[in-house]
Design a protein around this ligand. Structure first.
Ligand SMILES: C[S@@+](CC[C@H](N)C(=O)[O-])C[C@H]1O[C@@H](n2cnc3c(N)ncnc32)[C@H](O)[C@@H]1O
Length: 183
């Protein structure tokens, strides 16, 4: 009888933990889905000078076009994180259609709770306040030398190392410094 009670309480705790994770991953997105134009995606990847061995993370990956393009054009491994399950489905289909499903992975997660420590390149198309909110996490998780590129929005007081005009859009580029800054 005691064993049954123990199993029942373990199941109860596990279900509670699972429900909390599922609920978290399904909260309303912080920004709606608007894709980066393909020619801007390709300029972003040129600007960060993608090379063999890089691992790219797109935080808020939409239909997966940035990770898919990185894998297709440069043969690198790439990860997309998006909170919206519909976007994750589209992104996986996109990777399959482009023959890069083995190089690209999509995770349904809240980017603010995600682990992107292994990234050597991070791409963003969020909003100014979301970039600012993400800044401490970028500094905490990323190794010095990691390149960060953002379509359209800067990062408050963190001055970009480069800025590019791309097909009427602005692209910002930073390198995580040796001496990490806190605000
Ligand atoms: C403006 S779109 C950019 C899509 C893609 N990166 C691109 O440039 O084409 C922003 C994406 O972020 C996702 N998103 C919003 N809030 C999020 C969060 N907290 N965690 C993960 N993804 C999120 C949205 O679902 C949307 O797909």
């Amino acid at each position: 009888m005691r064993t049954y009670a123990l199993i029942a309480s373990a199941l109860f705790v596990a279900c509670g933990a699972w429900a909390a994770v599922a609920k978290d991953a399904e909260r309303t997105p912080d920004v709606i889905y608007v894709p980066t134009p393909q020619e801007v995606v390709e300029d972003m990847l040129r600007l960060v000078n993608v090379k063999r061995g890089d691992v790219l993370y797109d935080l808020g990956s939409g239909d997966g076009r940035i990770p898919v393009t990185a894998a297709r054009l440069y043969g690198i491994r790439a990860v997309g994180i998006d909170i919206d399950p519909e976007r994750i489905r589209e992104a996986k289909a996109n990777a399959r259609k482009n023959g890069v499903a083995k190089l690209v992975e999509f995770r349904q997660q809240d980017l603010f709770k995600s682990d992107f420590r292994e990234a050597t390149v991070v791409t963003l198309y969020l909003l100014p306040d979301l970039n600012t909110k993400l800044y401490p996490q970028l500094m905490e998780q990323l190794k010095p030398g990691t390149r960060v590129v953002s379509h359209q929005f800067d990062m408050g007081t963190w001055r970009p190392d480069k800025r590019l005009d791309s097909h009427g859009r602005t692209v910002y580029f930073w390198v995580i410094p040796e001496a990490k800054r806190s605000r």
